[in-house]
Every structure is written in C-alpha cells, then in structure tokens.
Design a protein around this ligand. Structure first.
Ligand code: WTA
Length: 637
C-alpha cells in the first residue's frame, strides 16, 4: 500500500510545504489520522513554543508499539521487521518477523512488569547493537516506561551520571558486546557504575558473549531465564499501556556547551509522527525495501531511523553489530550485497574512513540493490560526497544529506531522495513543518538569499524537544533564550542564492568528533581530574577522518619530565570519566592559557593555533597575558 503522505514530486513538495506553514493544524491532523490512536486528540498544536513547552496532539492517547508492531500484523505478520547481521560474518543472520517481534516485545514487557516497572519509570539500557536492544526499547515503550539508551562506549562514571539524573529503577545490559576484533565488557562496567547509584533495583543481563560476569543476588537477573519463565507461564500478549500524547517516550543524554550532558526528552505522539513522516519522505521508503542505518541505537539516529521510523512504517530494518572495517574495509558492501539493501544511511566519518581504504574493498561488490544513499551527523566535505556519489552511488543514486539533532527528534533539513534537488555539501531545503531562519549576532533575522548566520527554527514542529529531564529551565536557557521566541540550534549555516541551506558546523563550545557530540567543558572537567593538572582548554581542529579532532591545551603543576607518560595518563583519565570517544587527539602542555581581563579563556585564539592559522589571530593586546600566545605558538604540535 502506498503511503498517503509520501511526497511524489517536486511540485507536491512545494504545495505540502506551503500547506504545512499556512495551516499546520490541518496538515498534521491529516497525517496523524493515519496512525493507531486509542483516543483522538483535542488540539493538534498547543503549548508555548516560545518557552520551550510545545505540545502536539494533546488529549490523544496511544501506544507507539501498536503503531510500530501490532498494526502491521494483519497484513504483514510474516514480513521481516528486523534483520540482524552479527559482528562475525560467519555467524548466523537473525530474521525477526513482525509476528516474532510482537511475541518477543510482549514477553519482555511481562518481564519488566514482573520486576515492578511501571508507566513513567525510567529504564537505562547499556547493550551492544543486538536485536535485544531494540526489543528492550520497544518493551519499555509498551509498558509506558521511559527508556534511556546509553551508548556502549561510555564509561562507568558517565553511566552513573545518567542513571542518577534519570533516577532509573532498572538497567538492561549484556554480559559483553562484540566490536570488530574486540570484546567489550558491559556488565562489569555497569557493576562499577552502580556502586554510586541508589535508584537501581533490578539489572537484567542478556547473555550474548558467554563472558563470565558477577551476578548480584536479588538485583541481577538473566534475560533468557526471565523470558523462559514468562513463556512457561503462558502470559501471552501484553496489553499496550495507554499513553498520553505528551507523556515522555524516552530520554537521551547529549552533550552541550556547559556542564554535564542533559537528558533530552521526547514525547510519545509528536516524536512518532515526526520520525515516521521524515523516514517515509526523506528516504522515499517503499514497501518491502530494506533500510540499513549504520548508526548505533545509543544515538538519536538509531532511535529514529533504526527503530521507530522504519518500524512505524512497516519496513524492514537492518541492524549491524560490528564496525565498517572489520574483518576488512569491504564489510558494509558485503552486507549491502548479502541482503540486497535498498537504502544505506551512514555518517561522513565512515565514508571518509572507507575512502581512505582505497577502491580494493569495492572490488567484486555489485551494490546494485541500492536505491538511496544518506548521510547524517556532521557536515560532509565535497571530496567525501563525490566519492560516495561516484563509487557507491555509481553516479546515479540520490544522496540525502540530512541535517538534524538529538533535540529535533528527526530530520529537519534535507533533500527528498529523487524528488527534490541535491547539491553536494548542502542539506538543501526544510521539510514541511520546518521554518529555518538565519540570525545575526544581534538577533536580527537575515532575509533573502546568499546570507550566513546562526540557524534557528521559528515555529514548533511535532518532533521538537519537550524538556531537559528534571530541569526545564536548562532547556529554556540552552535552546529558547539566545533568540527570543525561537529554537536555537547551536549551528552556523548559510543560505545560497537558491535558498538552499548548508550547515557549516557548531558555533558553540560543542565539538563534533566522528559525528559524536562532545562538549568541550565535559572533556576539560575530565582532564582537570588528573591530580597534576592545573587547568585545561579544549578546542576542535580539522581532522581528515573524524571531521573534528580534539586538541587539548593543558597546564601541569610541576616540571614535566616524561611528557609521553603524562599524556597517556591524561588519556586514561578521560577514558575512565567519559569514554574513549572523548580522548584528545593532541595534547600540548602550556605554561599559561590566553585569558581576557575578566579571566575567560580565549578559545578563539586557541582554535586558530590548533587549526594551524596562528597568523590569523588578530589583535591580542587586550588580553590579560598576551605573552602566553607566543609561547603556545612555539610549542604547537
Ligand atoms: C551536526 C545527529 C551538517 C550539527 C542527528 C548538529 C550536521 C549536530 C548534519 C547534532 C548534517 C547533523 N550536516 N551537520 N547533515 N547532521 N549535524 O545531536 O552540528 O548527535 O547540531 O544528532 O550534528 O548532533 P546529534
């Protein structure tokens, strides 16, 4: 069956866009009426966008799992919902039909209920990229618990910060996960994290790798034993809990420019409509196609385009446990050919790293099944775009460059595959419902084309962030106060002569390393925990593969005898406190950091030095310590 709200032509894009702006209530009511509701909404758009308190479909009730699973059973029960490609290419593929997904999600919902998890409780998930992660996410949603997935690369400290902030009652994890040639212990990291978490009563452990783990009696339970008990008890289907449209569906922690990561909260109904609408339109998904999003479910891309988008559309989603370069750099292409993938959605950093492996890994790969390519997570440079287009797309496939954020729930600015025009390195045009505006530093809206400014969104859209968990003021301050009445993205952007948008990167103190958001303050705080460190400053610099690398300037309290050992210790500290993804690529020891007279570190100067543009620093005479700049320039790595 054709999706009634899938845009079919450029002309329709223009008319739908206009309708979505002129009469959003009717536009979104039409779309929302295609979903399964327990009770119809009263108000399509409500709340107070200007204060970061939008509401969508208020008065309506539903359960997202009925939309992602139950409603597909009548016609497509035997269709694959999830295809799982394990880390080891020799291991067996798992095919999970919609019927099987229904059974497994329901069983696990019973397990959660048995352990006292109720609507509104928080459950943290720290697992590898295995089908049980998607099943656990959906089981939480089925009983109305709020899931919070923690990326498997985060450290015990990062986990406990998140678990404590969310006051999670339950953790779901694995003994360990495979990642290329490595085995990553997960349960033992959870054990460390839980030493400082008092809210957690239950830990459910999926045995995946057969790693020896420590099980705490009365707290820790084996997934498979719990599920088999439910099967023996023949508990059957689990009635999907009725959720208000605005009830939180999940919390996902993300880095900002200050302090600890914040818990971005998404709602049940608005998020569902947005994830689905953007999935169907951007990728132009057709029934029976196979969608392969290479992200991890620990990030928003995995939430929206591995789980909720494809499943709500009745699609088949491919989950891959491993990494693109193991056992060799042809792994993605093997997977594409093995399963006849239709849509490949990946990140510029993966493209650049595969590009660096040359063309040999592409030999004997047909890639004929591919229809649409996508990228997400960071600006894509022209060289990577061209390589993707030529060698993977064979100069014939559309590439969708999708700009969005954890906070936006789904894609905001992107071409629609084969429908609206593409332009290398441009996300191009906004989706229906999205009003992008560029603002200058004084808060003036820049009208017309060929302008650059800070990117804001001027009107509420269904997938908008609802709050930051436990602290709405932080949400207001971070996103809705820089420019009155608008959502500020933190990104710089230009609009070309044709009105197409190109995202140029973050304008705040957030780095984008291999598509992962990392707050400079977070890394500095971690480095400063090293007992010998007096102060540090982190900036980004252009990195060939990662997009941005992390450059650390560090003041050490004593004379340095062995810089290398010290650097290793600092890296270890960062790994322990945040995770390996936040490890600086370069560390330079400096005697002082350039500061303003009010004591603020002048990152602009440090950035220029790290970028190799110290000749473009400009006037430093107003600094408190201009002499520090010269010393830093001398010692640059
Ligand atoms: C960046 C990922 C350029 C941007 C979905 C944004 C992009 C941040 C693109 C959000 C793109 C994402 N072009 N930049 N197509 N997509 N970004 O929250 O800086 O992990 O603010 O969400 O990634 O990262 P997040």
């Amino acid at each position: 069956m054709k999706c009634p709200y899938q845009i079919q032509s450029l002309e329709q894009y223009h008319t739908d866009y206009q309708r979505s702006i002129n009469d959003p209530d009717t536009f979104w009511a039409d779309i929302a009426s295609n979903f399964t509701w327990k009770k119809q909404w009263n108000t399509v758009r409500g709340g107070d966008f200007k204060n970061g308190q939008s509401t969508w479909f208020e008065g309506g009730t539903l359960n997202i799992t009925e939309n992602c699973i139950d409603r597909h059973l009548a016609d497509n029960a035997q269709q694959n919902a999830i295809i799982f490609e394990p880390n080891d290419p020799q291991s067996d593929t798992q095919y999970i039909t919609y019927q099987q997904l229904y059974d497994r999600v329901n069983e696990f919902a019973h397990v959660l209920q048995k352990h006292g998890i109720q609507k509104g409780d928080r459950v943290c998930l720290y697992m590898g990229m295995i089908p049980e992660l998607a099943i656990a996410v959906l089981a939480c949603a089925r009983i109305g618990a709020i899931h919070s997935v923690i990326f498997g690369g985060f450290s015990a400290q990062s986990i406990s910060d998140r678990v404590n902030d969310a006051q999670a009652k339950c953790i779901i994890t694995c003994d360990a996960a495979y990642r290329g040639a490595k085995t990553i212990p997960l349960k033992s990291v959870i054990d460390d994290a839980l030493a400082s978490c008092t809210s957690v009563q239950t830990v459910i452990v999926y045995n995946h790798v057969n790693e020896t783990v420590n099980m705490v009696s009365g707290r820790d339970f084996w997934w498979k034993e719990e599920v088999s008990q439910v099967q023996q008890d023949k508990l059957g289907g689990f009635p999907a809990v009725e959720m208000n449209a605005e009830d939180p569906l999940f919390i996902l922690y993300t880095s900002g420019s200050t302090g600890k990561p914040k818990g971005v909260v998404h709602s049940c109904a608005g998020y569902m409509v947005w994830a689905n609408y953007t999935f169907v339109n951007v990728f132009q998904y057709k029934q029976n196609q196979l969608h392969f999003c290479t992200a991890d479910i620990g990030w928003i891309t995995g939430h929206s385009y591995i789980v909720y988008g494809p499943l709500s559309a009745g699609g088949t989603t491919l989950m891959f446990e491993g990494i693109p370069t193991w056992p060799d750099a042809g792994r993605f292409w093997d997977i594409v050919d093995k399963y006849k993938v239709d849509i490949l959605y990946t990140a510029p950093t993966a493209i650049r790293s595969l590009m660096g492996c040359g063309l040999d890994p592409l030999e004997n790969k047909s890639l004929e099944s591919l229809k649409v390519l996508g990228t997400v997570g960071e600006p894509i440079n022209e060289e990577a775009w061209n390589w993707y287009h030529e060698h993977i797309g064979k100069n014939r496939l559309p590439i969708v460059d999708t700009w969005w954020q954890t906070e936006t729930g789904g894609i905001m600015i992107s071409n629609l595959a084969g429908i609206t025009p593409a332009k290398a390195t441009f996300a191009t045009y906004p989706l229906p419902g999205v009003i992008p505006q560029l603002l200058d530093e004084n808060g003036h809206v820049l009208e017309g084309n060929s302008v650059s400014g800070n990117l804001c969104i001027a009107q509420s859209w269904p997938g908008s962030i609802r709050t930051t968990w436990g602290d709405h003021d932080r949400c207001l301050q971070t996103y809705f106060s820089a420019y009155q009445g608008k959502y500020f993205t933190g990104d710089g952007c230009l609009r070309d002569e044709n009105g197409m948008y190109r995202i140029t990167g973050r304008v705040d103190d957030v780095l984008n390393v291999s598509g992962h958001r990392i707050g400079t303050a977070e890394v500095e705080n971690a480095i400063n925990m090293h007992p010998g460190v007096v102060e540090s400053a982190i900036v980004g610099y252009p990195h060939e593969i990662k997009g941005q690398g992390i450059y650390a300037y560090v003041i050490f309290q004593n004379e340095i005898d062995d810089a290398q050992t010290l650097k290793t210790e600092i890296l270890k500290t960062v790994s322990q406190l945040i995770g390996p993804i936040a490890k600086p690529d370069k560390i330079q020891f400096v005697p002082a950091l350039p500061k303003t007279r009010s004591g603020k570190i002048m990152r602009r100067i440090l950035r220029k030095i790290a970028e190799g543009e110290s000749d473009k620093i400009g006037d430093i005479s107003t600094l408190l310590n201009p002499e520090a700049v010269e010393v830093i320039k001398q010692g640059v790595i």
